[in-house]
Design a protein around this ligand. Structure first.
Ligand code: ATP
Length: 368
């Protein structure tokens, strides 16, 4: 019963479509993340699933049941919020027991289930403590135990880690993912943190201004962003304009590309002629002291940032634009200095090429 289907769901605030025609499915047992910038509609979509908001258009299904008009308390969902929302005056045990008591469960069964949930979040030894003097990470574990103790069909999490420090966030996200897998609970997770989304999700939906831009696995979304917005929001992309014309020697969709003063060929997904924009990831450029090929582009190092596992170079190109390039000195043994002249070998066949508006993919390395 724990798959979720959105059939052309729209939610308005006045004239504003906070969620605009959401049309997709979440599989049973999936860890599904809603990702996007502030105000894109993530929380609104989550609250519509929870039943706090009513969608004006379309239908939401849990399994094969339309739940548009089912009240929140009948939806069998567990929720975890950014601000924990636990009862500060109740003990850890009583916080977790709350939902079970509301369901009029027997005392013995409550004891067993609460202790089981507290063990899962590693808090059983603190059962009698009062949350108000516990750390943020511990309070969020209480909230998590309270959400899962009722064995919900669906777990909804809204920025649950935002109030925690960076190191704890990484540990907690791993723990949440582990727990979700163990319990096999369909989970919908809201975050604006792309790294967090990539790390934990089975699939990610990227939203912008209420509209879903792409739904895919973390790898797919990183490698083949469907449009310029996604390429910009997920990871780092250097956007470089070029042009494309049909290759007269080819019977297929080969294109001749002009880019940064070089000429290259690519096998396109569809016929296209005109201006194009490439999204080039920092790791898709190889740096060297000498030109490595006849399409090497000369550049000058503007700045060098040593980031531990990698070095991030900002490189000024002949047209005055600046490209972010990552190098892994452990591998190449190179370290370039500021103002040094060098050559960039752009691995164009690994990049994604869009039409001039950035809305349509004309080329990427995977399947068409
Ligand atoms: P954030 O990451 O900042 O929480 P979000 O992606 O969750 O943002 P929402 O809170 O869902 O975005 O907001 C989506 C849009 O709906 C925004 O334009 C917001 O101003 C608007 N909105 C959200 N809640 C309400 C409300 N209760 N009344 C009116 N407009 C609202």
């Amino acid at each position: 019963m724990s798959s979720v289907v959105f059939n052309h769901v729209t939610k308005y605030f006045g004239e504003n479509k906070a969620v605009n025609d959401a049309h997709f499915s979440i599989e049973e047992g999936e860890f599904f993340t809603l990702l996007g910038p502030s105000g894109c509609g993530k929380t609104t979509l989550l609250r519509t699933i929870a039943g706090f908001y009513r969608n004006e258009e379309g239908d939401i299904y849990f399994g094969d049941r339309v739940i548009n008009d089912v009240p929140t308390h009948e939806r069998n969902i567990g929720m975890v919020f950014q601000n924990y929302a636990i009862f500060p005056h109740l003990s850890v045990f009583d916080n977790v027991a709350y939902g079970l008591r509301a369901r009029k469960m027997g005392k013995k069964e409550i004891e067993t289930k609460v202790m089981e949930a507290l063990e899962m979040v590693e808090l059983s030894h603190l059962r009698d403590r009062i949350p108000s003097n516990m750390s943020g990470g511990q309070q969020q574990r209480i909230a998590l135990a309270r959400a899962i103790v009722i064995r919900p069909a669906l777990l909804l999490m809204d920025e649950p880690l935002s109030n925690l420090d960076a190191k704890l966030r990484v540990k907690m996200r791993t723990d949440i993912r582990q727990l979700q897998k163990e319990l096999n609970i369909t989970t919908i997770y809201v975050t604006h943190d792309q790294e967090e989304a990539l790390a934990v999700s089975d699939r990610i939906a990227v939203l912008n201004e209420g509209v879903i831009q792409q739904i895919a696995t973390p790898q797919q979304i990183y490698q083949y962003p469907h449009n310029r917005f996604v390429a910009n929001f997920i990871g780092t992309s250097n956007f470089v304009e070029g042009s494309c014309e049909k290759d007269p020697d080819s019977s297929g969709h080969a294109g001749i590309i002009q880019l940064l003063g070089t000429t290259r060929k690519l096998s396109l997904h569809k016929p296209y002629e005109g201006k194009v924009v490439f999204a080039i990831r920092p790791e898709q450029v190889h740096l060297s002291g000498e030109p490595a090929s006849d399409h090497a582009v000369q550049g000058t190092v503007k700045s060098v940032s040593f980031l531990g596992d990698k070095v991030s170079y900002l490189i000024t190109l002949p047209d005055g634009s600046v490209m972010d390039v990552h190098d892994y000195p452990g591998k190449s043994q190179h370290l370039f200095r500021e103002k040094q002249s060098l050559f960039l070998d752009i691995q164009l066949e690994r990049t994604v090429m869009y039409d001039s508006t950035g809305q349509e993919v004309i080329y990427h390395a995977g399947e068409a």
